[in-house]
Design a protein around this ligand. Sequence first.
Ligand code: ADP
Ligand code: MG
Length: 408
Amino acid sequence: MVRATVEDLTDREVHGRRVFVRVDLNVPLGEDGRIADAGRIVAVLPTLEHLRRRGARLVLASHLGRPDGAPDPAYSLRPVAEDLERRLEQSVTFIEGGVEGERTREAVSALEDGGVALLENVRFAPGETKNDPTFARALADLGDHYVSDAFGAAHRAHASTVGAAEVVKQRGGRAVAGLLMARELHFLDEALRSPEPPFVAVMGGAKISGKIEVVDAILGQVDRLLVGGAMANTFFRALGLEVGRSLVEEDRVDFARDLLERAGEKIVLPVDCVVGYEIVRDTETRTRRRDEIGPNDRVGDVGPETLRMFTEEVHAAGTVVWNGPMGVFEVPPFDRGTREVALALAHATDAGTVSIVGGGDSAAAAEAAGVADRITHISTGGGASLELLAGKRLPGVEVLEPKAEGER
Ligand code: ADP
Ligand code: MG
């Protein structure tokens, strides 16, 4: 279902009104407490600019880390408020002291048209992750309308992602998607329902276990599923092959065998791999055919012949979706397969393929390969993107209004 967005709000609904915006400003912090990657802040700017230009008074809410329902200075959003201020070139009122406090109400009523306030970490309140109705009402008290641009948090039914939106709607306000949320839903949901064929999925990463539902759902839709990463080792075991000292999930071998029986013609497994005795930086490596993996080998990456096959499949794709690195990409030289797949996606996209990347590590790998701006869409939501790919509904999306007929 297509959701209404901020663009569907009328000027009357927006101008001079308080708009509560749930954003995902859960940025990674370095050891010095500084923002290590501002990607998530940058990603919500278009929505904020859009609303601000139209004279809305913005009350932003986000979580940061897992502070366990109590204030914890290590998870303060203050550095984010300062960063946001620089990027918006406008002052951002940082509101501490609890959502229900008098100061909060005063700070929000002091906002001018186009003004911006950011609440301190919503997870400092115990009611947030419990979706506590009283806390949800307190959040809803701060906005006439509700906007969600927090795709990365939309798989959680929390007070700021679901409860507050429900209260706003009950009170006659609107609950719509921000521009980032709309884009995520467009590519991860709508586009994948009617993909340009051939539809190719590339999956990898450490474990099948966390992705069984994704693999299952995606196998029903794609023409080809290319498997790399440690996930491939479990398939190797299903073929009766030796994997030596590699990471493998013995308790998922039956699942892998079942997939091969059900859809073997769609599944493309690596034919060769890069192995080492240990997966450590700059270690000595060998390329092995998959039926030549020795008892002392650890598989750290897919091999060159596999990369040729995968690259060809990606180039031929009308739509390609990628989740999960091909190897231990954090540890060179085992980063090659992942980088080459990222490059293959970029080349294919240059030639007209729609490419979509989901998953935190895969997104980081696409960035590291320097091709992020040549991919059609890189999701900002790790867990949320996987749940959508698995065909699940996200509570933080379901709560948003459907687009009305005339708005399409
Ligand atoms: P994403 O975040 O994109 O969904 P995952 O979290 O599922 O990806 O997987 C990423 C992890 O998989 C990385 O830390 C990487 O080191 C690991 N990985 C990939 N291939 C292998 C392998 N052959 N052996 C061990 N770990 C692997
Ligand atoms: Mg990951």
